[in-house]
Design a protein around this ligand. Structure first.
Ligand code: SAH
Length: 244
């Protein structure tokens, strides 16, 4: 049995890949990967390395999670070093936990190599710190995938009345509903919001607005994109350092 490395690929800028991730990528016999913000990472592999794509196409998984788990198990039976490469960090909305639990059940050795998550690094490249003394003492990273008008919600919307910074991942298609929901729970209409598309890459684009107008301003941005809600967005005026 080989070993599986649940590895974070970082948010896009290839230099945000960790040394540890690079080391296993260079050694990998097979790389099982998702749609990555930077596919150039795959060029770092040794010659003869196999590639298996299990990502999403237009938001649809080409393989269900159980299938991906199976692929990992088969790879572990066939190869010594299996790299399961995921965008950002494997445990931040990456289903890395499910894959690790499955490998554990099947007695396959694995290791987790954390990655630089887009949730923090993409706002940073837009000049937005997720916390800032006197402005925000905490931040949340929330899935934007679930429609906010869903009747039974797993998302505790009522808790979002506080001034924490909120980062929504996978939420661009729900941007209008998310903004409306936040106004509905009592946030001011002019509360600052930023949408950052293709963060940390040369195509990075940041659009700043308010809960009331952000949908009109940002709806056509290309994915991947994330949403930052909070007063920290205003700091971009002085902290913007990356050209976008
Ligand atoms: N595990 C990943 C997140 C997976 S969910 C991580 O830690 O970053 C995928 C979501 O991440 C996308 O829908 C988008 O909201 C966000 N995302 C990933 N890369 C991004 C990038 N370069 N720019 C903007 N958002 C990004």
């Amino acid at each position: 049995m080989g070993k599986v490395y649940l590895t974070g690929a970082g948010p896009g800028d290839i230099e945000l890949l960790t040394l540890k991730a690079l080391k296993v990528i260079k050694k990998a016999d097979v790389i099982v990967y998702d749609r990555l913000a930077n596919p150039d990472i795959l060029k770092e592999c040794k010659s003869g390395c196999e590639f298996i794509y299990v990502g999403k196409e237009d938001g649809k998984h080409i393989l269900p999670q159980e299938e991906i788990n199976r692929v990992l198990l088969e790879c572990a039976r066939k190869y010594d070093t299996v790299v399961r490469l995921k965008g950002g960090d494997p445990f931040v909305f990456g289903r890395g936990g499910e894959e690790g639990a499955f490998l554990h059940e099947h007695s396959v050795e694995f290791e987790v190599i954390p990655g630089v998550t887009s949730a923090i690094s993409v706002p940073a490249y837009a000049g937005i710190p997720v916390t800032h003394r006197g402005i925000s003492v905490s931040f949340r990273v929330v899935t934007g995938h679930e429609a906010p008008n869903k009747e039974v919600s797993q998302i505790p919307w009522q808790n979002f009345k506080t001034d924490d910074t909120i980062v929504f991942l996978m939420g661009l298609h729900n941007l209008e509903k998310i903004a409306k929901k936040l106004i509905e729970i009592g946030k001011p209409k002019d509360f600052p919001v930023a949408v950052i598309s293709r963060g940390t890459t040369p195509e990075q684009k940041t659009v700043v607005g308010t809960l009331e107008n952000i949908y009109q301003k940002a709806k056509d941005l290309p994915t991947p994109a994330l949403i930052v809600v909070g007063k920290v967005v205003e700091l971009r005026e002085s902290l913007r350092w990356f050209r976008d």
